[in-house]
Design a binder for this molecule. Structure first.
Ligand code: NAG
Ligand code: ZN
Length: 503
């Protein structure tokens, strides 16, 4: 059972298996022979490349003309069977390739007008694609390495069968996938399955990594590649969350009417430039890499605009940021990087939870956040430290456990964001590490120096000797401080040792 839908990959209409198409293949070969482009020899059937190339309608080796006659490429494509002395003597030209191969006793075989045998390599694709899609297809995909001889031979025999010169309108030959710079191979043990990759990253992050590369170039799957995709996703996600927060702010009656100033006009101009650039990139050989770069620029500009408005204590223009977020979400839906029907941003709550978790709980979170802001304001005015600490605990411990991030911005309303829990817990851990590091960096001699509201004099090591009123510290006080001082000395020397090692 192929699991496709959860990765947001469209399922194919038809999947084919060669062993079910042997009658079609035999018929295909028979028709090529009767059209004059194939000949039987010792129970095998070969394609007559010279005859094909001499006709006015056809040319052999359309995709990689310079490879025609390249015996090494032929050998890789056909296997030794095709160019061994025996086989060469069966062929009119060394470039001719097998449509049907006689089977030796014991080899798998099917009956045919030429005796027991099996299909040549290229014929499988021509017969299967031809019987499903008919005499022409718009796009034929495949890896870059399949251009010659495989696709050139497929093209030639199919044109010979259908008597046309348009069996494939366009080929899209994708670049190779390498793993940390090396070709993927079982012997190098750097073989990775989609399942392995999905254990490390989400389907969306993989998709973004693909979008951030040109489809026709080599894609290197490495931690660096995936890290850029994760960062890109994060960058866009923060933007969407900020916009949703802006749109949630209570709108007064005049809220819909926001006068445009230079900043809005400028952003709108950049918006339409970026839209054109995304379109142009996609028209240029489906350059998704260019398109997602333009989208990144648009987010950067919008972030700059939002920060500028907030700096000026003004509300960002909602209709404008909303249009930008809608546009970006729409593009990500086109790319398959956003599934579901939410108008703005990535679905909240991951794939396991209901998609509209955000719209369900946000009204309650907003009440909580507003209430907390009110409490903090009073606690600050009345200097009730315990209350302020409680408010911090809600922000730093309680809500992150539930996948909610509160961002306090001085003098501005608190921003509420729903982020997945793992991300938040990781952020919390990083913050803790940073705080610890900052503390370790501080030499003991510096730790009391800035407390000039408590001490007025220090000895040469930076240890306080007199309190703020100029009175000498009591033995008891000094003993307490000494303990802290020594603890910091120890911590700092650990830091020095550690950074020494890192050098
Ligand atoms: C904003 O940009 C769009 C093009 O994206 C343009 O059609 C529209 O007139 C612009 N709006 C204003 C008010 O300049
Ligand atoms: Zn093929």
């Amino acid at each position: 059972q192929i699991q496709i839908s959860s990765k947001n990959v469209l399922p194919p209409d038809v999947l084919t298996r060669v062993s079910e198409y042997v009658p079609e293949i035999v018929e295909f070969v028979r028709q090529v022979v009767s059209n004059g482009f194939g000949y039987e020899s010792s129970g095998s059937v070969y394609f007559d490349t010279v005859k094909f190339d001499s006709g006015p309608q056809h040319s052999y080796g359309k995709l990689v003309p310079e490879a025609v006659g390249d015996q090494k490429a032929l050998q890789e494509g056909e296997g030794d069977l095709s160019i061994s002395a025996d086989r060469l003597s069966e062929k009119k030209s060394p470039n001719d390739f097998a449509l049907w191969k006689a089977s030796k006793p014991g080899e798998p075989s099917w009956d045919s007008p030429w005796g027991k045998g099996r299909p040549g390599w290229h014929i499988e694709c021509s017969a299967m694609a031809g019987s499903v899609l008919g005499e022409s297809m718009d796009i034929h995909g495949g890896g870059f390495d399949l251009r010659f001889p495989h696709h050139d031979n497929e093209l030639a025999q199919s044109e010979a069968f259908f008597q046309n010169d348009y069996w494939v309108r366009y080929f899209l030959h994708t670049g190779h996938l390498t793993i940390a710079g090396c070709k993927m191979s079982k012997s190098l043990k750097n073989f990775i399955t989609i399942k392995d990759a999905l254990a490390k990253n989400t389907a969306r992050q993989l998709r973004l990594a693909f979008l951030m590369h040109s489809w026709k170039d080599t894609l290197d799957y490495s931690s660096n590649t995936m890290e850029s995709a994760v960062q890109y996703e994060k960058f866009l996600n923060e933007f969407f969350l900020n916009v949703k927060d802006i749109l949630r702010a209570p709108s007064d009656i005049t809220g819909q009417f926001e006068k445009w100033e230079a900043a809005e006009t400028e952003l709108n101009d950049s918006f339409s430039d970026r839209k054109c650039a995304v379109h142009a990139a996609l028209c240029d050989n489906v350059d998704t890499r260019g398109a997602v770069e333009e989208m990144r620029l648009l987010v950067g500009m919008s972030n700059g605009y939002i920060a500028g408005r907030k700096g000026a204590k003004r509300r960002p223009n909602r209709m404008l940021v909303e249009s930008i977020a809608l546009y970006l979400t729409g593009m990500l839906k086109v790319f398959g990087a956003i599934e579901g029907s939410e108008p703005i941003g990535f679905p909240v709550g991951g794939q396991s939870q209901s998609a509209d978790l955000e719209s369900t709980v946000m009204p309650y979170l907003t009440v909580l956040s507003d209430f907390r802001e009110g409490v903090r304001k009073i606690a600050r005015e009345q200097k009730v430290t315990e209350l302020l600490q409680l408010c911090d605990v809600v922000r730093d411990d309680t809500l992150p456990e539930l996948g909610v991030r509160l961002e306090d911005h001085e003098g501005l309303p608190t921003v509420v964001k729903m982020v997945d829990k793992e991300t938040l817990l990781k952020e919390k851990e990083e913050k803790k590490q940073m705080a610890k590091l900052a503390k370790m960096k501080l030499p003991a001699g510096e730790m009391f120096r800035s407390d000039t509201d408590k001490y007025s004099k220090f000895d040469e090591t930076g240890f306080p000797t007199h309190d703020v009123e100029g009175k000498e510290l009591s033995k008891g006080q000094a003993k307490k401080l000494r303990k802290l001082f020594e603890a910091q000395e120890k911590l700092h020397s650990e830091y020095l040792q550690r950074s020494h090692h890192e050098d």
